[in-house]
Write a new protein. Structure first.
Length: 281
């Protein structure tokens, strides 16, 4: 199992000289389990991933969407494998209470917003809507789904393969206690990728700026609490605030390591091989 980060920002892409080290693309993570290719979210980072996949040959992949807020789907119209007839893509996510998963993705590709409609894409695309608590397989990868606390709803996913596991839990806001659904999902996972957009002061509004309570995002301290309680092997800070510079991300990373030594801030191009991660207790 190998994890590659293609987009690590939240809310909106943030290119520039102060963010070039961490990267400015929005959420997209690739997980390879043997020959099985799984993509977690389709933010702007998926564009470069698509180019890489095409260089390797015909594309067969599954795309798991946490939710359909723009920063998690805006890369789909620029994911070139979706235009190639030989590509086979399975899109997995949830209905949002307003429209189906397919209709939501088609909505962002309608005139006058975009010149190509979803139904004009050349790839073979299959659609699957899942529910919280569901368990299913993608080839020999076991996938589990949990509901998260986010405006409009979002899903966390756990991937288990060959005795190793990764949990992807972005766009979630912590509670006064550890979220019991995320705890159950993350228990014993080798890697936890967690929404760590804010510091506690930023979240409460005691740092410069408004309170972020109710915005649907979390802090590195809440991430540490979950990682410790669930006994995960490595904690990855993810969904960085678009205003946070490379130096700011490094500062949060250092503060997190004081609480949970095996922590790292996600950066574009970073690769985590599960063979190099100590197994969870």
């Amino acid at each position: 199992m190998e994890i590659t980060f293609w987009g690590v920002r939240g809310s909106i892409a943030s290119p520039g000289p102060d963010t070039i080290g961490v990267g400015g693309n929005t959420s997209c993570v690739e997980v390879r389990c043997g020959s099985t290719k799984i993509i977690l979210d389709a933010g702007t980072g998926i564009r470069a991933l698509g180019d890489k996949l095409l260089r390797e040959g015909s594309v067969e992949a599954s795309l798991l969407l946490s939710h359909v807020h723009w920063d998690h789907i805006q890369g789909i119209p620029f994911f070139v494998p979706a235009y190639v007839p030989s590509s086979q893509i399975q899109v997995i996510g949830s209905a949002n209470g307003v429209m189906s998963l397919r209709d939501a993705l088609a909505y962002q590709m309608t005139a006058p917003v975009f010149p190509v409609r979803l139904d004009q894409l050349g790839a073979k695309i299959d659609w699957r809507e899942v529910r919280s608590g569901e368990r299913f397989q993608i080839n020999d990868v076991v996938v589990r789904v949990a509901r998260q606390n986010h405006p409009g709803g979002s899903f966390a996913y756990r991937l288990d393969w060959n005795g190793r596991s990764v949990v992807y839990a972005t766009d979630t806001e912590h509670f006064a206690c550890i979220d019991p659904e995320l705890y159950a999902l993350a228990r014993g996972a080798d890697v936890l990728i967690y929404d760590s957009q804010y510091s506690p002061d930023e979240y409460r509004g005691t740092a410069p700026g408004n309170s972020k309570v109710g915005w649907g995002h979390s802090t590195y301290v809440a991430g540490v609490e979950l990682a410790k309680a669930a006994g995960v092997g490595q904690y990855v800070l993810f969904h960085h605030d678009p205003r946070r510079s490379d130096a700011g991300v490094a500062d949060l990373e250092e503060k997190t390591r004081e609480l949970f030594p095996n922590a790292v801030a996600a950066r574009e191009g970073m690769v985590i091989g599960l063979d190099s991660v100590a197994r969870a207790a």
